[in-house]
Ligand binder design. Structure first.
Ligand SMILES: Nc1ncnc2c1ncn2[C@@H]1O[C@H](COP(=O)(O)OP(=O)(O)O)[C@@H](O)[C@H]1O
Ligand SMILES: [Mg+2]
Length: 235
């Protein structure tokens, strides 16, 4: 069976210079895949390439049977991929509920099933749904951002460093919620600085460095590799 997402030898960058050099990765249905690697490796850029935010000069990206290379982010969203950037991913001046509503702006008709689904995944948000998003803790804000993305019922969720700046307790909570999300049938591709914890939690991982693939494998295999641990995971 073909992968849900397949990025094949993608080369590209923001302007004329290439940041990604023939990067390949895939995500299967209902799989959690993590991208790790040093700062500036091109992790966020790889995610932006999937979401149509890069000048792609080589290779292609196939999603759910469609070649989406060169598609606009808007069209990609409608096709079933939602993206949560690392920063500025919520509307601070709006309530939690309004944030979710904004997430569903492309959706026509009754949103009650979408709200129910998100509030079931994030009971904390339901309790506080009238609270202004800007007044929430970092972990709760991340939940709002994820919930907003899930309003469109994507098949694939892209998360850029969802646990950045969070306490270990919130990090574990975000990972647990990600598993719950996956169990509802959504595949997840995420970037993580907390490489060891993320590899322990993900099904598979990719190590990127200098805009290129370095290693790939199951999270457990990557964690067990001494050389990878020393080079990329802080020993
Ligand atoms: N908007 C941008 N315009 C130009 N260069 C960028 C932009 N964003 C990132 N870069 C460059 O691309 C490279 C990879 O960055 P990034 O993908 O953000 O790395 P990572 O997420 O792995 O830390 C870096 O050299 C960075 O300076
Ligand atoms: Mg990044």
């Amino acid at each position: 069976m073909a992968a849900l997402l397949s990025m094949e030898n993608v080369t590209g960058g923001y302007g004329d210079a290439d940041i990604l050099h023939s990067v390949s990765m895939s995500v299967e249905d209902k799989e959690i895949v993590v991208i790790v690697g040093p700062n500036g490796a091109g992790k966020s850029t790889a995610m932006k390439a999937v979401f149509g935010l890069l000048n792609v000069r080589g290779g292609r990206t196939v999603f759910d049977g469609d070649d989406i290379t060169g598609w606009s982010p808007n069209r990609i969203v409608q096709r079933g991929i939602c993206y949560v950037p690392q920063v500025d991913n919520i509307f601070r001046e709006m309530s939690i509920h309004e944030n979710l509503e904004m997430g569903a702006f492309l959706k026509k008709g009754d949103l009650s099933a979408a709200y129910d689904r998100v509030y079931e995944l994030f009971p904390d948000l339901k309790e506080r749904r009238k609270t202004m998003a800007g007044s929430l803790s970092g972990g709760q804000r991340q939940m709002v951002a994820m919930g907003r993305a899930l309003m469109l019922d994507p098949k694939l969720l892209l998360l850029d460093e969802p646990t950045a700046g969070l306490s270990p307790k919130y990090m574990e909570q975000i990972f647990q919620i990600s598993r719950d999300v996956r169990d509802t049938g959504v595949a997840i591709l995420l970037v993580e600085q907390h490489a060891k914890q993320a590899l322990a939690f993900a099904d598979r991982g990719y190590v990127l460095a200098a805009g290129q693939n370095r290693h790939e494998g199951t999270g457990a295999d990557l964690l067990a590799d001494r050389e990878i641990a020393e080079m990329f995971l802080g020993g």
